[in-house]
Write a protein that binds this ligand. Structure first.
Ligand SMILES: Cc1cc2nc3c(=O)[nH]c(=O)nc-3n(C[C@H](O)[C@H](O)[C@H](O)COP(=O)(O)OP(=O)(O)OC[C@H]3O[C@@H](n4cnc5c(N)ncnc54)[C@H](O)[C@@H]3O)c2cc1C
Length: 456
């Protein structure tokens, strides 16, 4: 059978088909991580599931790679490729809210900014990430950790149904009743099983929250981390938030003479009754003097977008991650040794709490296996200057070398780099074999292999 050509693909697709030499190609081949420099044979920007089917068939029939791009934030740059097809969902951003049922259906290219704006209008929300420009799809398919996870569970725990284009070009609905094995695998298994064109979530009544960032002196960082370890173990589940190493950006709430200095930040989010917020945060506030803070009531989408300016597209990225059951004294010492060396304002380390509602899902209830971990740590190296790659990567690796032995073997797939493929089995623990079985059923030839790959 003759292999389909790009011109034939152009005839089938209602959205954009962008090949080398076409206007916009240089922009279309890029992802968020500027370290990634790849040249696909064609970038397809679908406007509907039919376009996605055409793109998947084109890749399979030509025997070339296929990359899926939701929000494009994936650090390893699996959202682009050399010589293959990129399915870039950025024209599919629609979000439909059903306020009566308290659900929302998002197209596969929506970001959390798109999602939160749509649901906030109805006073509703679900767990999303902490940056508004991250894609709903990639984040949810890997698990989904954010401000609301202690109360509502991971993003994938709030997924009700997904529409998926599989490797053979079929369009499948996956939920608890239909293709339940696929639905199980999608909730944590990443982009291994197909192109997800639409995701339906349950929502909860959350509109405004009480929270924001506070900065503590480095000398007090140990006390704050030790307090956090105890407090978060049984804090009310409406409390979300995390400590973060942070160089102070030039923001008005931070005294000018402290701009550029390194602090331990704590970003808090109280999603319970607003009038309780101050009291809930008081113990944290009392651990040590707060150098600067921007804490108060605000719309949930405002907190979700508050740190976007620190992480614009076009930075270099290198990340490492681990799950952590217990933040031991030794682990805190390792953080104290490496955190204050955070090299640039864009880089950070976050120690996210994933207890509370995240623990109520059984370890084999979804593909996301680490339901007994209390924290997900990410060492997020992000910097503007490619000439500084070696020094910044070294900081991430040194930090990781010190903390990994004090952590679980596996980590969160969405916080990992391309050189973490060897950890894939550890990331899924007891769920790995079942994931392989689902992969064999829905993608036996591993068409979807540009990801943290589960091999059939
Ligand atoms: C600045 C920043 C902040 C972040 N904050 C958080 C956070 O708070 N919480 C958190 O949990 N994670 C966070 N992450 C990690 C994030 O979850 C991952 O980077 C995730 O992969 C991003 O999804 P995306 O759709 O934007 O990225 P993409 O690069 O588009 O996608 C990443 C991968 O996901 C898969 N994928 C994406 N869309 C689809 C689809 N529609 N169908 C099938 N597969 C798909 C593909 O394998 C793709 O290669 C953050 C990342 C960045 C860069």
């Amino acid at each position: 059978m003759a292999r389909p050509t790009v011109d034939e693909l152009r005839e089938q697709v209602r959205g954009d088909v962008i090949a080398p030499g076409d206007e916009g190609y240089e922009e279309a081949r890029k992802v968020y991580n500027a370290m990634i420099d790849r040249r696909p044979a064609v970038v397809v920007r679908p406007v509907n599931a039919g376009d996605v089917i055409a793109a998947v068939n084109f890749a399979r029939e030509n025997g070339i790679d296929l990359a899926i791009r939701g929000g494009g934030h994936g650090v390893p740059g699996f959202g682009t490729c050399d010589g293959g097809v990129v399915v870039d969902l950025s024209r599919m951003k629609g979000v439909r809210v059903d306020p009566a049922k308290r659900t929302a259906q998002a197209e596969g290219g929506a970001t959390w900014g798109d999602f939160n704006a749509a649901t906030h209008a109805f006073g509703l929300a679900t767990t999303g990430g902490i940056i508004s420009t991250t894609g709903v799809s990639g984040l949810t398919l890997g698990g989904g950790i954010g401000y609301l996870s202690r109360g509502l569970g991971l993003s994938c725990d709030n997924l009700i149904s997904a529409d998926v284009v599989t490797a053979d070009g079929r369009f499948l609905v996956a939920n608890e009743n239909v293709n339940a094995d696929l639905f199980w695998a999608l909730r944590g298994g990443g982009g291994n099983f197909g192109v997800v064109t639409s995701l339906e979530y349950k929502l909860e009544p959350i509109k405004d929250i009480y929270g924001g960032p506070m900065l503590f002196e480095l000398d007090d960082a140990g006390d704050v981390l030790r307090f956090y370890r105890e407090f978060i173990a049984d804090a009310p589940e409406e409390f979300g938030g995390f400590p973060a190493w942070q160089i102070a950006p030039p923001l008005p709430f931070i005294p000018e003479e402290r701009h550029g200095e390194t602090f331990l930040a704590f970003v808090a989010c109280w999603a319970g009754p607003l009038d309780q917020g101050e009291a809930v945060l008081k113990p944290l506030h009392d651990v040590a003097p707060v150098v600067a803070e921007h804490v108060g009531p605000m719309p949930y989408p405002a907190l979700n977008a508050a740190f976007d300016p620190l992480v614009p597209p076009g930075l270099q990225h290198y990340w490492k991650a681990n799950f952590v059951k217990e933040l031991t004294d030794d682990a805190i010492e390792a953080h104290l040794a490496h955190g204050p060396k955070v090299p640039v304002v864009n880089s950070t380390v976050h120690i996210y709490p994933i207890n509370g509602a995240c623990h109520r899902m059984a370890p084999d209830g979804t593909a996301f296996a680490y339901r007994d971990a209390n924290f997900a740590t990410v060492i997020a190296g992000m910097w503007p200057d490619p000439a500084a790659n070696n020094a910044n990567i070294k900081w991430v690796r040194d930090y990781y070398a010190a903390t990994a032995p004090l952590s679980e073997e596996g980590g969160y797939i969405n916080f990992m780099s391309e050189d973490d493929q060897s950890r894939i089995k550890a990331n899924y623990k007891g769920n790995y074999d079942r994931l392989v079985d689902v992969k064999k059923k829905y993608d036996p030839d591993n068409l979807f292999h540009l990801n943290q790959n589960i091999k059939p």
